[in-house]
Design a protein around this ligand. Structure first.
Ligand code: C2O
Length: 471
């Protein structure tokens, strides 16, 4: 948990010598004439219900809900681009969302960008920018107040009742971002950030809890605005972090969206790397944007991931009770210790073919080597991450092809603590976790058990740098 966001900074204002916006003070003329400087996606936690941003969002939602489902600007169509339960044939771009893939951050950035333009048009507010729900640890762990007002367009009854009433808060382990942020490899960070992201989905519950319905809830877009913000926060830590600019498939995969006039538009990752320069937005209270370029020459770290060991695990089922499986240490203790000491290697526990019949409705905190008698504490050194199913691994939601879920848990920190303690084996422990109600953890009941197909130890190595080719 050594990751901290710099809270007060000057944002670089690209292209102008005009006054830099003091973002730490969150001063921004929301209704400026058309943006000479990028528009600011603000923190919803600093907004009252009558904030012009939320008033405009409500107005646009209302207008979108009145349009027929077949109109690309309608609320239903926009939600269906993510995924849909609407009957009938799939229309252009429906069911397009990317989860459990290398395109998670990039696809959702494109999706929000076009959605934001549509809201601008339908609210009549040309400077509107999508707010974000900052659920990172220690911040806004309740559903933002304006989204709990039952008379508002921002409300839906299709959520967890405690979250929707304000009694519920997200448990700290669910929104832990330290393992996302410590990784320097984009593809790994993009994989791991999907865990806290999925936890928020599952715990807000209802529509948000399942991919096919998630984007019908107005909070969805603020949740993803935050996920998108984390992409730049991750880059801004430096240390060799960069987008996967040597990955031709990542750069060239092209998607279709609709602009605010209902015209089809195509987009790929090279068009969205620099949010402020290419997409005209920045986030409030954020580090300056890191400008990445698809076709410039500079050295980039390469990573390899290799199997260390397939773990012979017994059948493990995650359910409403704490469960665990052992890792036998006899033969591998030395080897494991060597990973802990090496800063260029990260050891991961990888779980594959993780699946459930139906959405379980809860999450599991995962611990490595928790000593007997030690209480599970997501802020302690033995916490390695979470399991929640969202986007893959749920059989009843797979209306195309079924894909089991994969999870990666960086182990270096927990191993260091655990190897000091233990004897012959290390336990991997799964603790069922739900929404915290009135400050107390509730007993989490799984609606469907989760099975784990395979478990392995894999190592990721940072290789020497290679130059990106210029085109
Ligand atoms: Cu595509 Cu958070 O979902």
């Amino acid at each position: 948990m050594n990751w901290k966001l710099p809270r007060r900074q000057f944002l670089a204002t690209p292209g102008t010598a005009a006054a830099a916006t003091l973002v730490g003070e969150c001063v921004y003329p929301w209704k400026s004439t058309l943006a000479a400087t990028p528009l600011v996606r603000r923190d919803v936690g600093n907004m009252n219900a009558d904030d012009p941003v939320l008033v405009a969002y409500r107005k646009a939602i209302k207008a979108m809900q009145l349009l027929p489902n077949s109109n690309p600007l309608s609320w239903a169509y926009q939600g269906a681009i993510h995924w849909t339960t609407l009957p009938g044939p799939l229309l252009t771009s429906w069911d397009n969302c990317e989860h459990g893939t290398d395109f998670f951050w990039s696809w959702h950035r494109m999706y929000l960008y076009w959605f934001e333009r549509i809201i601008r048009k339908l609210s009549g507010e040309p400077c509107w920018a999508l707010p974000y729900w900052n659920w990172a640890p220690g911040t806004e762990l309740q559903l933002p107040v304006p989204f709990r007002d039952t008379s508002s367009e921002l409300y839906t009854v299709n959520r967890d009742a405690a979250m929707n009433s304000g009694a519920g808060t997200l448990p700290p382990g669910a929104v832990d971002l330290s393992s996302t942020f410590t990784n320097t490899n984009f593809l790994t960070a993009n994989n791991i950030v999907q865990q806290p992201h999925g936890n928020v989905h599952v715990l807000v519950g209802g529509w948000m809890g399942a991919v096919p319905t998630a984007a019908q809830d107005p909070i969805f877009y603020l949740h993803h605005s935050n996920v998108d913000r984390l992409w730049n926060s991750w880059l801004a830590q430096g240390g060799g972090r960069t987008d996967p600019l040597l990955d031709a498939a990542w750069k060239s995969k092209t998607y279709v969206f609709f602009d605010e006039n209902g015209q089809q538009v195509k987009m790929n990752a090279c068009e969205i790397l620099r949010a402020s320069l290419q997409l005209n937005y920045v986030y409030e209270c954020e580090p300056a944007e890191v400008n990445e370029y698809c076709f410039r020459r500079f050295p980039i770290w390469l990573y390899t991931r290799e199997l260390v060991l397939r773990l012979p695990i017994p059948p493990v089922e995650l359910n409403s009770e704490t469960s665990s499986f052992p890792i036998e240490l006899k033969e591998i203790r030395e080897r494991l210790s060597s990973f802990v000491e090496n800063s260029k290697e990260t050891l991961f526990l990888e779980l594959d073919d993780v699946e459930a019949e139906k959405a379980p409705g809860i999450i599991w905190e995962v611990y490595l080597g928790l000593p007997a008698g030690t209480a599970a504490d997501a802020k302690g050194p033995f916490f390695i991450g979470t399991v929640s199913l969202f986007g893959s691994g749920i059989r009843s939601e797979a209306h195309h092809e079924f894909k089991g879920a994969q999870f990666l848990f960086p182990l270096n920190r927990a191993l260091k603590a655990a190897l000091k303690e233990s004897g012959e084996r290390l336990l991997v422990t799964f603790v069922p976790t739900g929404v915290v109600v009135e400050g107390k953890p509730t007993r989490a009941r799984a609606l469907s058990p989760v099975r784990i197909g395979r478990a392995s130890l894999v190592v990721e190595r940072q290789k020497e740098q290679q130059e990106q080719e210029e085109k």
